[in-house]
Design a protein around this ligand. Sequence first.
Ligand code: NAD
Ligand code: 6OD
Length: 486
Amino acid sequence: MQQIKNFINGEFVEGVEGKYFDKHSPLDNRVIARVSEAGKADVDAAVRAARAALQGKWGSLTTDQRVDLLYGVANEITRRFEDFVAAEMADTGQPRHVMTHAFIPRGAANFKVFADVIKNVPSESFQMSTPDGRGALNYAIRVPKGVVGVISPWNAPFLLMTWKVGPALACGNTVVVKPSEETPLTTTLLGEVMNTVGIPKGVFNVIHGFGPNSAGEFLTQHSLVDAITFTGETRTGTAIMKAAAEGMRDVSFELGGKNAGIVFADADFDEAIEGIFRSSFLNSGQVCLGTERVYVERPIFEHFVQALKAKAEAVKFGRPDDPNANYGPLISNEHRQKVLSYYAKAVAAGATVVTGGGIPNVPADLAEGHWVQPTIWTGLPETASVVREEVFGPCCHIRPFDTEDEVINLANDNDYGLSTTIWTTNLARAHRVAARVEVGITWINSWFLRDLRTAFGGSKQSGIGREGGVHSLEFYTETRNICVKL
Ligand code: NAD
Ligand code: 6OD
């Protein structure tokens, strides 16, 4: 049985309390690894190692030297591509193509892109006049925030963790990472990469465990953590924000979503079907940017519902490497219970179940896995809990609309504001609607396409702050103002 340890000050170490928890495969619920849980003392050791590294070799490197090391990290991930793909498939149970096309390459890119950003970012400088005529030069330098606590979720583990570690290190910080208890493998592998590349000890640390009263909470409460970047549920963000208030630590939050897909009658029908299908069901619906509310212009509503149903019913459940399968399970039994409870609530609220709604038939060796059917509903009022709350499973509710104003109001009538997709061939309308939907990112005739140099983040309860490209500097550095009399 694989034993997963914490990575503290460049060493793989067991937690001092000797506690382990089991990591189950989403495919069949088998225990695939035993994970060492970090206690308070381990978290303290990791934070102190990170602080010492700031004051040690890492802090004395030039930007060019740091950039070279981060290029090395990206190259080493690429060299060990198959190891990362295998680990992420084992953790998540999702199909191989999701790993090879999205999760792992984007993870490597997170180190390259932010190394380039930091190398090329100009600094601010003004020549000032002074009453005595000598003048002054007023300029700013950016310094690292310090020790950054990184807390990441399980749905796209490597991509979302590196999306924070890449810019944090590029800006000269050190990190203590708490990956989700459901997906410990790729973050641990990254520790091996850091040692191979020669990243100084203590710059990158990993502590395993849970949230409340475990590694996550111990990290957010540690007084030597200078800033916390978190991706996960909105209510977890609230708990972390309270912890961060002690000591006035800065936070960056990427939280939940209840994203709308808007399909106008003039859309390229096949492209819209394919796009809504991917955005509702990719990764078994466990994507923060996924579409759980679909609004379709009335003339094509019935045709759209039937076409999406046909695609949802054609998925093939199976193991990530099975060439005949293209669809994976949910991450855990606990999450499956939550999703199934929403399936029951939809029925209780009077939904028409177009397809799905339960547990699929799978081969006997997968019977204990966390499978659920892709599910489509129609006929619910906007007040129904499955239309208002994030399910984070493979499901969507489809509702007809008649006018542009009506659909904008429907899309905006939600506490979340992460993303929207708009499907239309009328580009003037696409731009008009995009400017009025209250979200952090809008896709027009596309989904999940984003240059890593652009700003990413949510509006309303979907997040605080923007990360990506130079926007990440706002969180991972502090600006120091220097004024010199000439
Ligand atoms: P979660 O909030 O349950 O857990 C996320 C991480 O926080 C885990 O590592 C967990 O152990 C830790 N944690 C939990 N409670 C904590 C506490 N009190 N203190 C410190 N750490 C704590 O989220 P999840 O179930 O892992 O992920 C799914 C959620 O993440 C969904 O809501 C999804 O929308 C959101 N998400 C958002 C984005 C985005 O970019 N906006 C991206 C991916 C996922
Ligand atoms: O890589 C991205 O653009 C990004 N932040 C993806 C988020 C995926 C959430 O599940």
